[in-house]
Design a protein around this ligand. Structure first.
Ligand SMILES: [Zn+2]
Ligand SMILES: [Zn+2]
Length: 351
């Protein structure tokens, strides 16, 4: 089978023939139709993340091994099943849950495999979807899609939309809350759709780009703030009767955005940090207890969250946005375009 692999960080992905795996036991071999291109693929490609100033957090220190086939947003067709795999038949259309754990830690035991101590995620620790086929360790990680569901849009449910959903859930929004969504890219827009459909909160989108803010409005934001053109703190205060934000979901999560977020938090506010931009933050420690802030890290979502999302997508309650399509040998180009901010919505590779 043909796969696009990161052989060495920062070098172009190699597209080459590798042996097609065989499904054994509970494993299922999926013929990949769509594999989303995610920001975290860029970090795998670059070999790490920005830590506090001057520090680079290497992916290999987290257990990532190269060569690696990236791609964790995978939708496709069941090709073959191991002898113990049940509940699925050949040719069925499925979505793959990629946030797989080792199964035995407290997180895995309580249904939060995405937060496993020893993660085995597809496309991060195991070979993923930038490939003609992907081997899924168990049928339990598959969710059936309706025949009429588009695999490109559905693929984004397993990371982009799932991360947005996890973040919205972590913000525990109430109808009387004002929530600021920082960053109106693919994840931000999905979070706006979800917050609109599920919470009743007033949604204020913040970004530097007017085009993205227009998209935010079209996806359900009540108000928008261009933080390049206006003072974001003043603008939030004006839109919240001078009270500040009850919740902020920061899909950028850079030093600069979070420093600003901290200035418009209302008492009891939740700051949900999602983006992997990185950097560091200076905190006034006394304000954390006296103003009872809650700082929350949010990473992807659970298998049960993804099951809920598929249901919302089936009924058209949310509409995942796919903007660019690529062939397998354009994998490097797809990652480059994403890095340069040229993909509005989501890019998908069709092997
Ligand atoms: Zn992702
Ligand atoms: Zn675990």
């Amino acid at each position: 089978m043909k796969s696009a692999r990161i052989v060495k960080p920062k070098e172009s992905l190699e597209v080459k023939e590798v042996e097609t795996p065989k499904a054994k036991g509970s494993q299922v071999l999926i013929k990949v139709q769509s594999s989303g291109v995610c920001h975290s693929d860029i970090h795998l490609w670059e070999g790490g993340y920005e830590g506090i100033v001057g520090q680079f957090l290497k992916t290999t220190d987290r257990g990532v091994k190269y060569p690696l086939t990236p791609g964790h947003e995978i939708a496709g067709i069941v090709n073959s099943l191991g002898e113990e795999a049940q509940g699925f038949t050949k040719h069925e259309k499925v979505l793959v849950y990629p946030w797989i754990g080792e199964g035995l830690c407290p997180a895995c035991r309580s249904g939060e495999e995405n937060l496993c101590d020893k993660p085995r995620s597809l496309g991060v620790y195991m070979d993923g979807g930038y490939s003609a086929y992907v081997l899924v360790p168990s049928y339990k990680y598959l969710i059936k899609l309706d025949d009429e569901m588009d695999t490109d849009a559905s693929a984004t449910l397993s990371c982009s939309a799932l991360t947005a959903y996890g973040a919205v859930k972590n913000a525990i929004l109430k109808p009387y809350d004002n929530v600021i969504i920082v960053g109106a890219g693919g994840l931000g827009l999905m979070a706006i759709q979800l917050a609109k459909a599920l919470t009743g909160s007033k949604i204020i989108a913040m970004d530097l780009d007017d085009e993205k803010l227009r998209a935010a409005k079209n996806n359900g934001a009540d108000n928008t703030i261009n933080s390049k053109k206006e003072d974001p703190v003043k603008a939030v205060m004006e839109l919240t009767d001078k009270m500040g934000a009850d919740a902020v979901i920061d899909f950028v999560n850079a030093s600069k955005t979070v420093e600003t977020d901290m200035q418009f938090l209302r008492r009891r506010a939740k700051l949900v940090m999602v983006g992997l931009f990185g950097g560091e933050l200076k905190l006034s420690l006394v304000s954390i207890p006296t103003r009872a802030y809650r700082l929350i890290g949010s990473y992807t979502g659970t298998l049960s969250d993804m099951t809920e999302l598929v249901s919302l997508a089936k009924r058209g309650v949310i509409k995942p946005l796919v903007s660019n399509r690529f062939k397998l040998d354009q994998a490097t180009e797809a990652l480059t375009m994403l890095k340069q901010g040229k993909i509005l919505g989501r890019g998908v590779i069709n092997p």
